[in-house]
Design a protein around this ligand. Structure first.
Ligand SMILES: N[C@@H](CCC[C@H](N)C(=O)O)C(=O)O
Length: 287
């Protein structure tokens, strides 16, 4: 039997189990990860993050080719055990974990490069939060149609890529947003080949206050279900609403999710996400 020490953490209520495996020697299959993430029979989390030195796994070697400074790789899996390219909330919690475990020194104001399946991302530490550069984004030309339980008719959705796939749907108002039942996965047509995270948004009224755009969002995450927050989903939502709003739309956005508020900035073709990260619990898990 192996006893695995783990830490739990969250970013605006999107929660993760994190453990350290610098040599990449701990093998966990999808079923085991799903067992650990189970909220009734396991530890419970939206995702599981393994801290591995990039040099010690094939995807990490690719990250090192992209940027030799990416010493650490965020090996991210959703609660159902599926791997994901990127997690905007998880990467802030991951950096907090590396600092906590004394695997990384990162004074306030400094930046670290982290390898992920979605490329290398720079994370900058502030006193109360982190900013992650999610890199360039894509707004796809193709329209999608999204239906969800308790949403009267299917709605148009905008496919947005921020390293992982998203489809963003605008709804009429707060009542409509709150009325959607996300216990069941929304259906996207045509079906995205690798699945998608689906965000439902209500643009603020007024949309812009003090030069900053405002959005409310709920999300159904691929491989998880409804979560209290999704960092890449927040970024995708700001990109979609900015796209719909046209030329005079701002570059800075505040997105309210059930777990709190996150900041988004679009600069030089990149999308930057700012938010908090916290470690909440330490334990051991027997394998
Ligand atoms: N919660 C994350 C996204 C996690 C991965 C996602 N479920 C996927 O499969 O793409 C975030 O904060 O970005």
């Amino acid at each position: 039997m192996t006893v695995l020490p783990f830490v739990k953490g969250h970013g605006t209520g999107n929660d993760f189990v994190l453990f350290s495996d610098p040599d990449g020697s701990i093998e966990l299959d999808a079923d085991r990860i799903a067992d650990m993430a189970d909220r009734h029979f396991g530890i419970g989390a939206d995702g599981l993050i393994r801290a591995v030195r990039s040099a010690n796994l094939p995807e990490g070697a690719e990250a090192l080719r992209e940027d030799p400074d990416a010493e650490w790789f965020m090996d991210y899996h959703n609660a159902d055990g599926s791997p994901a390219e990127m997690c905007g909330n998880g990467i802030r919690v991951y950096v907090t974990f590396l600092i906590d475990q004394k695997l990384l020194e990162l004074p306030v104001g400094e930046t670290v490069k982290i390898g992920t399946r979605g490329g290398v991302h720079a994370v900058t530490r502030h006193s109360e939060a982190y900013t992650v550069d999610l890199g360039p984004f894509v707004v796809l030309d193709s329209e999608a149609t999204v239906s969800a339980r308790d949403l009267d008719v299917p709605r148009p959705g905008l496919p947005v890529g921020v390293g992982n796939p998203h489809v963003v749907v605008a709804v009429a108002d707060d009542d409509e947003l709150d009325g959607i039942d996300l216990a069941e996965a929304p259906k996207v047509q045509p079906e995205p080949p690798d699945g998608a995270n689906v965000e439902f948004v209500v643009p603020g009224d007024p949309l812009v206050v003090g030069g900053v755009g405002r959005i409310r969002m709920r999300v159904h995450e691929r491989g998880v279900g409804e979560t209290l927050s999704c960092g890449t989903g927040v970024a995708a939502s700001a990109i979609a609403v900015r796209h719909w709003a046209g030329e005079n739309a701002p570059d800075r956005w505040t997105v309210e999710v059930p777990g709190g508020d996150l900041g988004v900035e679009i600069a030089d073709g990149h999308v930057l996400l700012t938010g908090p990260a916290a470690l909440t619990y330490r334990g051991t898990y027997e394998i």
